[in-house]
Design a protein around this ligand. Structure first.
Ligand code: TXA
Ligand code: MG
Length: 316
C-alpha cells in the first residue's frame, strides 16, 4: 500500500512525476484516449509492478509510449507501410504492432514474450512532455483494474487504483474517450486491425492508400487483451434497446428520454468521449441493469459498439 498523490500538470509536477518513474514507481498519466498507468518500459521491476497493480494476466502485453521517432526507431523496425501510418497519424490515437528490434531496451514482460511490440506516440501534451522528461519509453495500459471500465478522468483512476500507484497526473477529461486503434503491420507490409478505435479504415485508406483486413476476418483473438468480458461495469448491460424494460436504466443516444445520454444530438465523437464516464457514473449510482440505445456502426461508433459488446459479454 502506497499513498497516491494527485499531481498537477505544470512543469514542476511533471519533473516530480518523471523522477518517480525513473525510480521505478508507477504514475497514471493523461492521454487523449484514456488515462494510462505508466511505468519505465526498460525496467523489469516497474513493468512487473504494472501487472500487479492492475491484476492483469501476464499473457496480455503492454503498449510502449514514445515521444518521438528516434525513440520509436530504437525499439521496432518500421516496414514502409508502418512509416506511412506513423507519418499520417502520430502523434495521435493509433497504436502500431511492429517487429521488435533485436536488443531493444524494453523489459521482456512488456511484450509478454511476443516477437512484436505495440507502440504509440500519444498527442496529449502532458504525456509527451512526461515521456521526454523521463527520456525512456513508458509502458502504459489503461489505468484501471484489469477487466473494469477504462478511466477518462483522474477520479476514475483513483476509484480503481488509489493506494496501489505513486501518483496520478491531473490532465482533465480525455478528449477521444476510447482506447487507440491498434494496427499490426507484418514484415511483408500486410496491415491488420486488432482493435477498433477513433481512427477507422476509411481514414487509413484516405491518408495512406492502405487497406485493412477487418477484425472479423482474423482468426481468433490477435491482441491477447481482446478477451470478451472487458470494460465491465458492475451492472448488467443490454444493447440496441429502443424501449427499456421496467427496472432497466437507459443509457441514451440521440433524441430519447433518458437520465444519462451519450449525445442527445447524436454526435458519435461526443458519445465516445462520454462513454466510460457515464458507465463509471452509473456504476457509482449502483445501477443494476443498464439498457443502451442503438449506436450507429460507423466511424468511432464501431469502437463504441466494440466496447459495449465486451461490457455486455457474459462474465466468469
Ligand atoms: O489508448 C490506448 O491504447 C491506451 C492508452 C493508455 O495509450 N492504452 C491501452 O492499453 O488501451 P491496454 O493495455 O488497455 O490495451 C493494449 C492492447 C491489449 O489488447 C493488448 O493485448 C494489445 O494492446 N497488445 C499489446 N501488445 C501487443 C502485441 N505485441 N501484439 C498484439 N497485441 C498487443
Ligand atoms: Mg485496457
Amino acid at each position: 500500500m502506497v499513498s497516491t498523490t494527485l499531481l498537477d500538470s505544470d512543469a514542476a509536477s511533471l519533473a516530480q512525476a518523471a523522477e518517480l518513474l525513473r525510480g521505478g514507481a508507477l504514475v497514471a498519466m493523461p492521454t487523449e484516449t484514456v488515462y494510462g498507468l505508466a511505468g519505465d518500459a526498460t525496467s523489469d521491476a516497474a513493468v512487473a509492478a504494472i501487472y500487479a497493480a492492475k491484476g492483469r494476466p501476464s499473457f496480455n502485453p503492454l503498449i510502449a509510449h514514445v515521444c518521438d521517432m528516434d525513440m520509436a526507431a530504437s525499439l521496432v523496425d518500421f516496414p514502409p507501410e508502418a512509416l506511412a501510418l506513423a507519418r499520417a497519424f502520430w502523434p495521435g490515437p493509433l497504436t502500431l504492432v511492429l517487429p521488435l528490434r533485436a536488443g531493444a531496451p524494453v523489459a521482456a514482460r512488456v511484450t509478454a514474450g511476443l516477437p512484436t511490440l505495440a507502440l504509440r506516440m500519444p498527442a496529449h501534451p502532458v504525456a509527451r512532455a512526461l515521456i521526454a522528461e523521463v527520456g525512456r519509453p513508458l509502458a502504459a495500459p489503461s489505468a484501471n483494474p484489469s477487466g473494469r471500465i477504462s478511466p477518462t478522468e483522474p477520479a476514475h483512476v483513483l476509484a480503481g487504483l488509489d493506494g496501489r500507484i505513486a501518483a496520478v497526473i491531473d490532465g482533465g477529461a480525455c478528449s477521444v474517450g476510447v482506447e487507440s486503434t491498434i494496427l499490426a503491420v507484418a514484415e511483408d507490409g500486410a496491415v491488420r486491425l486488432l482493435r477498433p478505435g477513433g481512427i477507422g479504415a476509411e481514414e487509413v485508406l484516405a491518408a495512406t492508400g492502405l487497406t485493412l483486413s477487418a477484425p472479423e476476418a482474423n482468426a481468433g483473438i490477435e491482441a491477447p487483451g481482446q478477451m470478451l468480458s472487458h470494460y465491465a461495469p458492475r451492472g448488467s448491460l443490454r444493447l440496441n434497446v429502443g424501449t427499456p424494460d421496467p427496472g432497466e436504466t437507459l443509457l441514451g443516444f440521440g433524441a430519447v428520454e433518458a437520465r444519462h445520454n451519450l449525445s442527445p444530438s447524436g454526435d458519435l465523437s461526443e458519445a465516445a468521449s462520454r462513454l466510460f464516464a457515464l458507465l463509471h457514473r452509473m456504476d457509482h449510482e449502483g445501477v443494476a441493469r443498464i439498457a443502451v440505445s442503438p449506436i450507429p456502426e460507423t466511424g468511432i461508433g464501431r469502437a463504441i459498439n466494440d466496447r459495449l459488446r465486451r461490457a455486455a459479454a457474459p462474465r466468469d
